[in-house]
Design a protein around this ligand. Structure first.
Ligand code: HEC
Ligand code: HEC
Ligand code: HEC
Ligand code: HEC
Ligand code: HEC
Length: 503
């Protein structure tokens, strides 16, 4: 055995190409073994690991290819010297038992080599499918999505479950797409922000619906919408809605409510007139392969860019990358959750104003907001308003947390960059979310000649059970939905109101 090895080795040294090839292959093989079996993958910096796992197999294969290439060139140049050549042995293989042994030797090593490659390849795909790789390798680019993901209800769902789904063909597609993206990141040639919607996203049937059941009956759900006025007492004004989620009603077997759109019996397909899919042209309701209703715009302006069958993502476009839609909305949520101090006078106003500045470098956010809040309250304090410094600092830290969740200046992600399609925005006439279609303008001709509009009837989707209400006055069932009670606020607000009345 040893003699065979020594007989073969000199051939690896006959020319510099073959020599380089064998050195590269050997080092790459050893490095791969260390990475794979040393379980470096778990602890190390993901960028370095990714480079190793992608780079090493490439070096390995390159080296392996260099060996025969060098031998081939060498032979072309100098003829077949030295005479003890593997080439000759191959020709004489059938006759010479020594050569057969050598072929066996090369064969065994090739199998070992391939095994190393497969292990390394498998390990690298496994690592490349992990959220840590997807979310942190191209740190700046993915920072907004990663940050939002880690605090969402899907933070334990791997990115690939929603972005790729099961099956080899989509995985290959994603890897090819990924290569283009890696080039983009290396050359700095990528869009800021990352565009949405993702036009190549897989239909939700193969992603969301692996875990969620489209016809599941959700019935109704009570949702609270907290708002706080920009006044001295941060006066709360809550809306509460019974939202008609629906699904397949177990009593009637019929699909109803909001989840009607994803029923198994109907399909809703629509034409979109812009890349963002905010302007909707013709909408068709399809039952059993036949169009049963067709909604058109009386005057359609613009070009049709494509057609799409509605699925979960046409409404749930932010199931995991959840951002607050405005500075005001972030403050409302912060106060609702009790993170922002509701007792600190004018905090809703001050916080929303401070958060409106969208070019504070993320690394300096904490210091910036601590200084800014002192500045903002200086005037109020001069007017005799008490403002305890420790409470100001605590509030500033909460404000910078809201900022860090939502604003990413390097990626040009600011308030409202990634808006949710759930709901329909404020009362300012925006046609977003549900109102892209339910705009009171799309109309269908029914068989009986009547015209049906996709209406904005306020009771179609929900029923208001409280409007601009003070949570302290909620009835008990609604009170139970509050993450923390409101007594202190109510006690403080009440005497103030009485004083006003007394004056
Ligand atoms: C629960 C499913 C789900 C998971 C898990 C998930 N995503 Fe997404 N992602 C989506 C959806 C849905 C969209 C928006 C698609 C659309 O509107 O077309 C999206 C959009 C994106 C976008 C485009 C920009 C944007 O915000 O719209 C990026 C980048 C992205 N995801 C990265 C990631 C990364 C990285 C991970 C893992 C750390 C991840 N996603 C995990 C569902 C998911
Ligand atoms: C791997 C399984 C899995 C996949 C894939 C998945 N989800 Fe979920 N989803 C869950 C689990 C588990 C919960 C419950 C989380 C909790 O209660 O904290 C959940 C909760 C939700 C909720 C309710 C909570 C919320 O955030 O409002 C919605 C809506 C939702 N998923 C939509 C989607 C959509 C849309 C997709 C596809 C883009 C999707 N899910 C993909 C497992 C999954
Ligand atoms: C027409 C828009 C629309 C479509 C399409 C849609 N949903 Fe929803 N869904 C909603 C709304 C609105 C809510 C309630 C709002 C919220 O959760 O903030 C909701 C709530 C949910 C919830 C939470 C239910 C609960 O009890 O709190 C889940 C889970 C969910 N949807 C899953 C899905 C899945 C899976 C699909 C695709 C098969 C889907 N949805 C399609 C609009 C839609
Ligand atoms: C792409 C267009 C489109 C979008 C976006 C859309 N809808 Fe619809 N919606 C329709 C169509 C079409 C119908 C069916 C009208 C009919 O029966 O002819 C409908 C019907 C409904 C119905 C009545 C279902 C029933 O029981 O018959 C509800 C409730 C509803 N939508 C709620 C919503 C909500 C909530 C949203 C936003 C989260 C939304 N829709 C977004 C197109 C849309
Ligand atoms: C096509 C369905 C649909 C129609 C029609 C509709 N809404 Fe809504 N509305 C929604 C959905 C969905 C939400 C958000 C539910 C969620 O996030 O859980 C919502 C939320 C709201 C909220 C709470 C938002 C907040 O921040 O306080 C108010 C208020 C509201 N709607 C008022 C109205 C009024 C007024 C009308 C009639 C002009 C109307 N809606 C018609 C679907 C609809």
């Amino acid at each position: 055995m040893m003699r065979i090895l020594f007989a073969f080795l000199p051939r690896l040294w006959t020319n510099w190409l073959t020599l380089t090839g064998s050195i590269l292959t050997t080092f790459a093989a050893i490095a791969i073994l260390i990475v794979v079996f040393g379980s470096l993958t778990a602890a190390a910096n993901p960028y370095a690991t990714a480079l190793l796992l992608m780079g090493l197999p490439t070096v390995f294969v390159f080296g392996l290819l260099l060996i025969p290439f060098g031998l081939y060139r060498h032979r072309k140049k100098y003829g077949d010297i030295p005479p003890d050549s593997v080439q000759q042995a191959f020709i004489a293989a059938a006759r010479s038992p020594a050569a057969r042994g050598r072929i066996f030797f090369v064969g065994v090593f090739s199998i070992v080599n391939i095994a190393i490659l497969v292990i390394a390849g498998g390990e690298s795909t496994k690592f490349m499918d992990s959220p840590k790789f997807c979310g942190t390798t191209c740190h700046t680019v993915m920072e907004p999505e990663w940050t939002a993901y880690t605090r969402s209800s899907h933070s334990r769902v791997d990115c690939v479950r929603c972005h790729i789904g099961p099956g080899a063909s989509w995985a290959v597609k994603a890897k090819i797409d990924g290569l283009r993206q890696v080039m983009g990141v290396i050359t700095g040639d990528y869009s800021r922000p990352v565009p949405t919607p993702v036009h190549t996203l897989r239909p939700s049937r193969d992603t969301c619906e692996q875990c969620h059941w489209p016809s599941r009956f959700h019935g109704t759900r009570v949702a609270l919408f907290p708002h706080f006025a920009q006044d001295e007492t941060n006066t709360p004004a809550y809306n509460a809605m019974v939202v008609r989620l629906g699904g397949a009603n177990p009593g009637t077997g019929k699909h109803e409510g909001i989840h009607w759109h994803v029923s198994e019996d109907f399909k809703v397909s629509y034409q979109y007139l812009d890349e963002k899919r905010l302007q909707i042209g013709r909408i068709q309701v399809v039952q059993g392969g036949k169009v049963v209703r067709e909604y058109n715009l009386p005057d359609l302006k613009g070009k049709v860019l494509g057609e799409r069958t509605m699925d979960c993502i046409d409404c749930h476009n932010r199931p995991t990358h959840v951002f607050d839609e405005s500075a005001q909305a972030a403050v409302d949520r912060g106060m609702h959750e009790g993170k922002l101090d509701r007792q600190l006078p004018y905090l809703a106003k001050v916080a929303a104003e401070l958060l409106g500045k969208i070019d504070v470098p993320r690394a300096q956010a904490k210091d910036h907001f601590r200084a800014a809040i002192v500045g903002a309250y200086a005037k109020l304090q001069a007017e005799g308003l008490p403002a305890d410094p420790t409470r100001l600092t605590a509030a500033a830290d909460q404000i910078s947390e809201l900022y860090l969740r939502n604003v990413f200046p390097e990626m040009k992600v600011i308030w409202g960059t990634y808006r949710s399609h759930l709901g329909h925005g404020g009362a300012d006439g925006e046609m977003i979310g549900c109102f892209r279609c339910h705009d009171d303008t799309h109309e269908a001709k029914l068989p009986d000649g009547k015209v049906k509009k996709l209406s904005q009837d306020c009771d179609l989707c929900h029923e208001a059970v409280a409007e601009d209400a003070d949570p302290a006055e909620f009835e008990d069932t609604l009170k139970a939905l509050l993450p923390m009670p409101f007594p202190a606020q109510a006690k403080k607000a009440a005497p103030a109101a009485e004083e006003e009345e007394a004056e």
